[in-house]
Design a protein around this ligand. Sequence first.
Ligand code: SF4
Length: 348
Amino acid sequence: MFAITLYIVLSFFFNKCNSQIKDKKMSDKHKDSSNVGNIFVPSYLKLKEKNELKKRGEELWERLKHCDLCPRNCGVNRIAGEKGTCKATATLQIASYGPHYGEEDELVGNGGSGTIFFTNCPLLCVFCINYDISQLGVGKNTEIDDLANMMLYLQKIGCHNINLVTPTHYLPHIILALDKAVDKGLRLPLVYNTSGYEKVEILKYLDGIVDIYLPDFKYGCNDLAGKFSIGAYDYFDVAQKAILEMHRQVGVAKPNPKTGIMERGLMIRHLVMPNNTSCSDKVIKWIAENLPKNTYVNIMSQYSPVFKAKNYPEINRRITYNEYHQVIEWAKQHNLTNIRVQGYYFVD
Ligand code: SF4
């Protein structure tokens, strides 16, 4: 009888103990799974579940028949091989892909930003640093499956994001490739690295797909935009609306607090040009008056008079220390609190 009682008592304590261990394991497991909340989950996964990526990609593809993907609104049938201002047909062309360490620190980290450089560009800047790719057609014909594999390769080698450089005119291809890459495990944030010359109507297709917008805000005046980005006399008006839409979609740029790597948000670039031909004062004023004061603004100093810039005396030189410093001062006077100053390495 004593032995039976002892067995019952010991069993009770053993079971209780065991259940406490189990509870602890459960609670640890719960803790682990709640940590998943700190791991980056790209926005596009939700759209993938609803088959929305393919749907949007196909809708954009239809628009190639009367192309209106950018504010140039050429109306050409790119599927039939016609070319508009950007000179792109429906055949995807890519110049290069790989880890890039020259982008903003928050995009580069240790693994680099996974850049994919698309051939051609709708904006046609006479001073474009990548003019061979953007305007001289350097690049190779590429299948959509290959683009998906490039994204997966960049993820595999440790890049922190997929950085789509000048993507506007190949949006249908990009979204259809994304749809395929997600099936094979793509989970990196997409960086939409653009000239800022974008239609709001087209940007809405990217709502829930792009996590990081990286637009240039090139000019604060339309006349000079039209002169130096051939014919884009509506650039300032268009870019304002585009940047407001980007901000609506992703908000202020927020790096991961633990890693410092950017995961979501708007990162504006502004290239300071000689003789204030970029109308920097107006760009800075507009940002300060229309976006939160902690909007990320990278004030860039590396302007160089390449390509056709020599044909325009007012932009045929690098900027001076005073010119760059003046723009930094304007940003401070307007109480912008999240500016990146590149330093004066490039200025004369
Ligand atoms: S993407 Fe090219 S063809 Fe289409 S509207 Fe823009 S410039 Fe014209």
